[in-house]
Design a binder for this molecule. Structure first.
Ligand code: ADP
Ligand code: MG
Length: 641
C-alpha cells in the first residue's frame, strides 16, 4: 500500500498543474473567477479540487466540479477518492442523473452540468458551494452554457447580499480565452502542458467505409509496433463500437491461434461503470490494449499508455432543424479542433502516432471549431428550465445566444404541451413546474404527468424508463437467428413501445435476471439501468401526489403516449414512405422496429428520428387519425395519405 501511495504522489507531482499550484491559488485569492486552459491530461480535473481542499476552500461549502458526461464525473471522482485514500461518498462523491453517491461528509463533489442546473432551480444562489469548477468548458453543452450565466448571476447576488463569495474556476482543454474572458470579465491563465510529438498520417484516398479502414489500420499497427503500444480508436456510437469490437476479437484469435496478445475494451456513455473502469487497468507488456471509444475519450477522460490513435473522423451529434422542431441524431464530420484533440491523446506518455481514416483534403473541409450545442439543438428543455427560474430567454446573459427561430418553435411546443403560456410575457404553468421535477425531456415529463388521467401510470413509468436506456436487444451476426427467435415472443403488433414494455415487464418479473437476459438475448445492463430509473421516476411521481394506477387498456396507453409525442406523427404515403407531420420529412420505419417490413400502418408515432444514408423513424407505434383528432385536436398539419 505504501508503494502504491508513493506512486500516486509521484504521479501527482509529475503532472503539469502541480508546478502551477501556487499561481492558481494566488489568482483565486485575488479574483472571484479564474479561467484555466491547458492540455488534456495535465491534471486540471483531478488535481485542482484537491489543491482547493487543502487550501481550506471547503470549510464553508462544497467544492463542486461539473462534467459534461456522467462517465467522466464517475471515473474522475473515483480517481480523486483513491488519490485521497478514501472511498466514494466520503470526502469525495459524485452526483449524476438517477444516482447520488455523496454524503454529509462530502467536500469535493463531481456532478454533471445537468445535475447542477437542476439544483439551481431550487437554490438559485448555489449556497451549498464555496467554489464551482466549470470543467471542460470547451465542450459547450447547453447545460454548461446555461450554468455560465447562472453562476455569474449567483456570484453577483451573493456579493450583493454578503452571503460569502462564490469562487468560480472555468477550465478547458481548448478554449477561446478572449471570448470567455470578456464574458466573465476576467483574465485567462495558460498552463504549459507537457506533451510528446505525435506523427499524423492520413489515408491517401477517400474511403466510404471508415470502419473497414479502421480495422485494416489496427492490424497494421498490431503487426508493426511493439505490443506495449496501446491503441485508442475513435468511433461514433455504441452499436458501431460493439460490432467492431466483436470483429477484432474474432480476427485477433485467428491471427494468433489462441493466445491473446490483443485485448479489446469499449468505452461509451451507456456502458456500466465497471466496464468503463476496465479501460484504465494496464495490460501486461506483451498484450496490446485496444480501446474503442466515442468522443468521451476526446478530452474528459485520460487513459494512460496510449501511443496510437485511430480517428474515424466522425462524431454522432444531435442536431436540430429549426423548421420542423425535431432533433435528429446523426453522424457528422468532426471539427479540426476535435481532430487535433484526438491526435493529442497519442502523445501523453511518449511519442505517438495518429492515423486518420480520412485524407488531408477531407480534413481541410472540416469546420475549424465545433459549434456550441446551444446553436444546433432543440432548446425546448432549456427554455422550460429557464422559465422555472423565472428567466425569459430574451433576458438571459448568454455566452452565445441561441437562434431566434429555434426559440420560437420551442416556445410553441411548450405552449402546446401546456408547460408554459406564451404572450407578451411568457410564464411557466403549474404543469410546467411539475414537468421540471423530472430530469427528462419535456415530452416524457408530460407523459408521466398525464398518465394517471389515462389510468396507466405504472405502464408509462415503465415505458419512459425503458426508453431512457438504449439498446435493450442484443443482436450480433452469428446469433441473429437465435436472438430473433427469442425476441419474437415479446413482439406486440402495436409497435415498439408495447414490445419494449413487454420485455421490461418480463424482466421485472424474472427470478434470475442475469440468466434470463442471457437466454433471451437481452441487455442486462440496459434493463438494470431502466429498473433503477423507474424507481426514481416513481419516487418523484409519488412526491407529486400522482395516482399510481395501472391498466391493460392498450388504446388508453397509446393515447397517453400521443399526448406527449404529438409532434412526432408520421403518415404513410402511396410509395411506402412516411411523411412526418412536423417538417414533412420523408422517412422509413427503422429496420430494428417490429413494424419494419410488415403491414404498414397509415398513422404512426415515433420517439426518435435517425439519419444515416436515409432517414429512419425508430421506436414506432401505430395510432389512428381519430385519436389524433380526439387527444390532440390542436395538431393541424397532418399530411394527407
Ligand atoms: P485534465 O483534466 O487536465 O485533462 P486529469 O486530471 O483528468 O487531467 O488527469 C490527469 C492524469 O491523471 C492523467 O494524465 C492520467 O494519467 C491520470 N488519471 C486520470 N484519471 C485516471 C484514472 N481513472 N485512472 C488512472 N489514471 C488516471
Ligand atoms: Mg479534465
Amino acid at each position: 500500500l505504501t508503494s502504491k501511495r508513493t506512486s500516486i504522489e509521484q504521479q501527482q507531482k509529475s503532472l503539469p498543474v502541480f508546478n502551477c499550484r501556487q499561481r492558481i491559488l494566488k489568482e483565486l485569492e485575488v479574483n472571484d473567477t479564474v479561467l484555466i486552459m491547458s492540455e488534456t491530461g495535465s491534471g486540471k480535473t483531478t488535481q485542482i479540487p484537491q489543491f482547493l481542499l487543502l487550501a481550506g476552500y471547503a470549510k464553508n461549502g462544497m467544492i463542486g466540479i461539473t462534467q459534461p458526461r456522467r462517465v467522466a464525473a464517475i471515473t474522475v471522482a473515483r480517481r480523486v477518492a483513491q488519490e485521497l485514500n478514501g472511498s466514494i461518498g466520503d470526502t469525495v462523491g459524485y452526483t449524476v442523473r438517477f444516482e447520488d453517491a455523496t454524503s454529509r461528509a462530502t467536500k469535493i463533489r463531481f456532478l454533471t452540468d445537468g445535475v447542477l442546473l437542476r439544483e439551481s432551480i431550487k437554490d438559485r444562489l448555489l449556497l451549498k458551494y464555496s467554489v464551482i469548477i466549470l470543467d471542460e468548458a470547451h465542450e459547450r453543452t447547453v447545460n454548461a452554457d446555461l450554468l455560465f450565466g447562472i453562476v455569474k448571476d449567483a456570484q453577483k447576488e451573493r456579493r450583493k447580499q454578503k452571503l460569502g463569495n462564490l469562487k468560480v474556476v472555468v477550465t478547458s482543454a481548448t478554449m477561446d480565452i478572449d471570448h470567455f474572458g470578456n464574458y466573465f470579465n476576467c483574465k485567462g491563465m495558460y498552463l504549459e502542458g507537457r506533451t510528446y510529438p505525435v506523427r499524423v498520417m492520413h489515408t491517401k484516398e477517400e474511403h466510404e467505409d471508415y470502419v473497414h479502414t479502421v480495422l485494416v489500420t489496427l492490424f497494421h499497427i498490431h503487426r508493426t509496433t511493439p505490443k506495449n503500444h496501446d491503441v485508442l480508436i475513435f468511433l461514433t456510437g455504441q452499436e458501431e463500437i460493439e460490432s467492431l469490437a466483436q470483429q477484432i476479437r474474432q480476427l485477433a484469435k485467428i491471427d494468433t491461434t489462441g493466445t491473446t496478445d490483443l485485448r479489446v475494451f469499449t468505452l461509451y456513455a451507456q456502458l456500466s461503470q465497471g466496464k468503463q473502469l476496465e479501460c484504465f487497468v494496464p495490460t501486461p507488456a506483451n498484450v496490446r490494449k485496444v480501446i474503442l471509444a466515442t468522443n468521451i475519450a476526446e478530452t474528459s477522460i485520460t487513459i494512460p499508455g496510449i501511443r496510437c490513435v485511430i480517428d474515424c473522423g466522425f462524431v454522432k451529434e444531435k442536431s436540430f432543424n429549426t423548421a420542423d422542431g425535431l432533433d435528429v441524431l446523426m453522424s457528422v464530420r468532426i471539427s479540426k479542433a476535435q481532430a487535433w484533440q484526438r491526435a493529442g491523446r497519442a502523445g501523453r506518455d511518449a511519442d505517438g502516432t495518429c492515423y486518420r481514416a480520412y485524407t488531408k483534403a477531407e480534413m481541410d473541409s472540416f469546420a475549424d471549431a465545433t459549434q456550441p450545442e446551444i446553436l444546433r439543438t432543440n432548446p425546448t428543455s432549456m427554455v422550460l428550465q429557464l422559465l422555472a427560474l423565472d428567466i425569459d430567454c430574451n433576458n438571459f446573459d448568454f455566452l452565445d445566444p441561441p437562434l431566434e427561430d429555434g426559440l420560437r418553435s420551442a416556445y410553441k411546443s411548450l405552449d402546446a404541451l401546456g408547460a408554459i403560456k406564451t404572450g407578451d410575457v411568457s410564464y411557466i404553468t403549474p404543469l410546467g413546474r411539475q414537468m421540471v421535477q423530472y430530469p427528462l425531456d419535456p415530452k416524457y415529463s408530460k407523459l408521466l404527468l398525464t398518465a394517471s388521467s389515462f389510468g396507466c401510470m405504472e405502464e408509462i413509468l415503465s415505458l419512459v424508463s425503458v426508453l431512457s436506456s438504449d439498446h435493450v436487444f442484443v443482436s450480433n451476426s452469428d446469433k441473429n437467428e437465435m436472438a430473433a427467435l427469442a425476441h419474437a415472443k415479446f413482439q406486440s403488433k402495436h409497435g415498439d413501445h408495447l414490445t419494449l414494455l413487454n420485455v421490461f415487464n418480463a424482466f421485472l418479473k424474472s427470478e434470475k435476471p442475469k440468466m434470463w437476459c442471457h437466454d433471451n438475448y437481452l441487455n442486462l445492463r440496459s434493463l438494470t439501468y431502466a429498473r433503477n430509473v423507474r424507481r426514481q421516476l416513481r419516487e418523484i411521481s409519488e412526491h407529486l401526489h400522482l395516482a399510481l394506477n395501472s391498466s391493460d387498456d392498450i388504446e388508453m396507453l397509446k393515447k397517453c403516449i400521443l399526448n406527449g409525442f404529438f409532434e412526432n406523427i408520421a403518415v404513410l404515403q402511396r410509395d411506402g414512405f412516411y411523411i412526418t407531420a412536423s417538417g414533412n420529412i420523408r422517412s422509413k420505419i427503422h429496420p430494428s422496429s417490429v413494424l419494419h417490413g410488415k403491414y404498414k400502418p397509415s398513422y404512426i408515432l415515433f420517439t426518435e428520428i435517425v439519419q444515416t444514408e436515409q432517414t429512419f423513424l425508430r421506436q414506432v407505434t401505430e395510432i389512428s387519425i381519430e385519436w389524433i383528432k380526439e387527444v390532440v385536436p390542436f395538431v393541424k398539419n397532418i399530411p394527407t395519405r
